[in-house]
Design a protein around this ligand. Sequence first.
Ligand SMILES: CC(C)(COP(=O)(O)OP(=O)(O)OC[C@H]1O[C@@H](n2cnc3c(N)ncnc32)[C@H](O)[C@@H]1OP(=O)(O)O)[C@@H](O)C(=O)NCCC(=O)NCCS
Length: 197
Amino acid sequence: MPAREAIGFRRLHLSDLPLLHRWLNESHVMEWWGRDGVTFEAVVDKYGPRIAGDHSTRCYLILYEQRPIGYIQTYRIADYPDYAVCVQVGEGAAGVDLFIGDARYVHKGLGAPILTGFLRNVVFAQSTIDVCAMAPDPANRAAIRAYEKAGFRYLKTVQCPGEPRPEYVMSVDRGRLREWALRAGVGGGERRLGDEL
Ligand SMILES: CC(C)(COP(=O)(O)OP(=O)(O)OC[C@H]1O[C@@H](n2cnc3c(N)ncnc32)[C@H](O)[C@@H]1OP(=O)(O)O)[C@@H](O)C(=O)NCCC(=O)NCCS
């Protein structure tokens, strides 16, 4: 099993967009993220403003032994008012979405330690955030199981207007994450993060 000590994160850069484009067209990612695949131009249009900082969503690469293996993003749910009304998870809630893009690292038990590391070092490092919510497709059993292993609990299933599929809303708060990480032995060993975050 891969070592959680090898996990790290860094901000997404413009020079990472060709890699992100490749991952977004990998079949194991497309199955649950985007579905139709994307052009490079669409990736630049979407992620360029986020990288420039003109956006509520903050984007990161997941590193394993300092090499990029996936993508993870976070945002304050209240910054997306329509979505906030739909999921109703509170003022101090952050959302997180992720995928492991490099197929060699999928289904190896990395999802939970990636999440706990990201929550501790990035999401809950913001004092205004007290809960984190994730909303996989109800049919995405691997994602749901990985999030449960990171301490997330099921809240409700919602169907947001304009979205093609229902969402299986799960959450973890700061206190539960701490207890869970101690009990499960996850989230303690990932690399400390640099100032860049
Ligand atoms: C979702 C994701 C982050 C989970 O991380 P992961 O490291 O692959 O997860 P794990 O290895 O801990 O596996 C989680 C569960 O998936 C299931 N699983 C294991 N191997 C599997 C396989 N080959 N195929 C399908 N499911 C599998 C198991 O139920 C496992 O739980 P268990 O370890 O208790 O048996 C990752 O699989 C991924 O990025 N998938 C593609 C994109 C995606 O679905 N993103 C999430 C959108 S919400």
